[in-house]
Design a protein around this ligand. Structure first.
Ligand code: AMP
Ligand code: MG
Length: 586
């Protein structure tokens, strides 16, 4: 049995970034740029007006106000798209529209609203001169030439994923095409005598082929071009014929025919076309997977087509696609972020993991009060495709775990999130633990000061058995609580305190959303039983034993020396401890 990571590494080692192609920019959405884009022009090309108003010399507005307007002679008008034909000389102005080039001599634009134009118009007055009602600084409402993009600069670098905004930037540079890594063509083949097409009526013993559609849609979602080969019957002839038609693709994905006892035909056919391996991957659903390389027809660059044989069960084929085919497609497209976006969520149901494999449970994730919750809804059989339709996430229960209980934190892969969304940094949390009187609070103080000195925004969290300082009898907050409020929030211009009644102590994970995401680091004193990384403070005079077991600890800070493999820091070397935290948690 191999791990999910080993299987993925192997799959990825067989696929390469594809070659680039030049194509119209609108067809490049979500593709990776294969050239550096330099600007050959300034954008905007000329100084121009950011407002509808009057272009003039700032000097001529000195001292202007509603009570004492400054009057200038209007010598012309310029609209967007045309060039000014006149110059602005002292004491004159040119009526100008947004986007129109700034006339020679002008250095500011005063908006219509800051002139007496409206009054003049309504009273049928003379528009050959205008009253300026406010003092303008040089540059007011003027967009400078090259302010957005300066000629000669690198604007988009190779490797960028093109989103609508990048496509717009290309257009503004006057590029109608771009060089991008081409999309992979992925051949999709379903196998099984029981399968019939979606356009055919069901017959006894038959089911509609759904895998072709799930897989082809996934190929498209991740940027590939599916090439549907149809349904291969469980005969050598039928399979050979179908597979042959898929060998001009960049990858071949089959489903079905790889489970025990059933795969002989598929195996033989695959072996005839190239090398094939059958893997038992430590995951559920989706244990049996075939992987190999087929010989390519018509040569091609490498003459080989990677083949991924997914299990036939609709849920298994989709989950194995997500874990192995999706990253392969992304890699071929030149993408750098291959990991499935994941979050940490509180699971709302118990999930048991019976056979020591990595379990992917279909869950529905919701966000409530800044915290993600994942609920397992409905039956989880690997043939029940509607369990995927009900889900927006896959909770990952590690192979080392016997399962999770409702209320535990779990990692959830988000099925519908873009890869970039998963790249969000997690808030680093480290807990300082130790026996009573070991010096936890002193180390907390030292670390807080050290991290502040390094420019971090630090939050400190403390576990307290006793009451809360701000909750003292007589205080208003105490009186509100006495009167029965479930929470008291005290706000002042420079502090916020929130006291909430609980019937059990919250876990660190549950407290973090309340602390908020704006901090760079959370230092925790205590919370020995939590699963957050811990550093134990050890003091000689309190004995040689440690409070926590070694596998729970990231490091020890001690005034003596202990015979252990755990990283040790001498008491007082705060800089080294902070370096260590930086290296391990950020
Ligand atoms: P297999 O891996 O071929 O033994 O198939 C396992 C299960 O998945 C069987 O119940 C098949 O009927 C089902 N199955 C296989 N291929 C498909 C498909 N393309 N669409 C729907 N169900 C399938
Ligand atoms: Mg089959």
């Amino acid at each position: 049995m191999i791990s999910v990571e080993e299987a993925l590494e192997k799959v990825l080692s067989y696929v390469e970034v594809l070659e680039p192609e030049q194509k119209p920019i609108l067809d490049c959405l979500e593709q990776v740029l294969a050239e550096d884009i330099y600007s050959t022009i300034d954008i905007p090309p000329l100084d121009n007006s950011a407002m509808d108003g009057y272009a003039l010399r700032a000097k001529d507005t000195r001292g202007a106000s509603e009570a004492s307007p400054r009057y200038v002679v209007v010598v012309g008008e310029v609209a967007a798209g045309s060039m000014p034909t006149k110059e602005v000389r002292p004491g004159t102005a040119i009526r100008i529209m947004t986007g129109a080039p700034l006339p020679e001599g002008a250095d500011a634009v005063v908006r219509f609203e800051d002139t007496d134009e409206v009054n003049r118009k309504s009273s049928g007055g003379d528009l050959s001169q205008i009253g300026i009602l406010c003092q303008a600084k040089k540059g007011l409402n003027v967009r400078g030439r090259g302010e957005d993009i300066a000629k000669g600069n690198l604007i988009l670098e190779k490797g960028r994923v093109l989103r609508p905004q990048e496509i717009g930037v290309l257009a503004s540079l006057g590029r109608s095409t771009a060089l991008v890594i081409r999309r992979p063509i992925v051949a999709v083949l379903a196998t099984g005598d029981e399968l019939i097409g979606v356009d055919q009526p069901l017959a006894p013993g038959k089911i509609h082929d759904s895998n072709t559609y799930t897989i082809a849609a996934e190929v498209s979602r991740y940027g590939g071009i599916p090439k549907i080969l149809g349904i291969g019957r469980d005969t050598v002839r039928s399979l050979t014929e179908k597979i042959d038609r898929g060998l001009d693709a960049d990858m071949l994905i089959t489903s079905g025919g790889v489970s025990k006892g059933d795969y002989d035909i598929v195996k033989d056919v695959l072996a005839e076309h190239g090398e094939v391996g059958f893997w038992t991957v430590c995951m559920k659903p989706g244990k049996p997977i075939a992987f190999g390389v087929m010989k390519k027809v018509g040569g091609g660059k490498k003459g080989k087509v990677p083949h991924l044989g997914l299990p036939g069960n609709p849920v298994s084929s989709m989950i194995t696609f997500e874990q192995f085919a999706r990253p392969a497609i992304l890699k071929m497209m030149g993408k750098k972020i291959l990991a499935k976006p994941a979050i940490r969520a509180i699971i709302e149901d118990d999930v048991v993991n019976t056979d020591g494999r990595r379990l992917f449970a279909r869950v529905n994730v919701t966000k409530r009060g800044g915290q993600y919750y994942a609920s397992v809804n409905g039956p989880q059989g690997s043939g029940i495709l509607t369990s995927m339709a009900r889900a927006n996430g896959l909770a990952v229960i590690p192979e080392s775990s016997r399962g999770v209980k409702a209320g535990d934190m779990v990692e959830v892969q988000m099925l519908d999130w873009g890869e970039e969304q998963g790249d969000v940094k997690k808030l680093p949390v480290v807990s300082i633990v130790g026996k009573s009187q070991s010096g936890k609070t002193v180390l907390m103080e030292q670390l807080i000061a050290e991290f502040k000195r390094r420019g971090y925004k630090v939050a400190a969290l403390k576990h307290s058995h006793g009451g809360m300082e701000i909750d003292h009898p007589g205080k208003d907050s105490w009186r509100f609580a006495q009167a029965g409020s479930d929470a008291v929030c005290i706000s002042s211009p420079d502090k916020l305190a929130f006291i909430k009644n609980l019937n059990h102590e919250l876990k660190i994970e549950e407290i973090m959303p309340i602390v908020g995401p704006e901090f760079d680091l959370v230092l925790v004193e205590g919370f020995r039983k939590s699963k957050t990384p811990k550093i134990e403070v050890h003091r000689k005079e309190l004995g040689d034993d440690l409070l926590c077991s070694p596998e729970e600890l990231l490091a020890i800070v001690t005034d003596g020396s202990l015979d252990t493999d755990i990283n040790q820091f001498p008491w007082g070397d705060t800089a080294a401890i902070a370096d260590f935290i930086e290296k391990n948690l950020f």
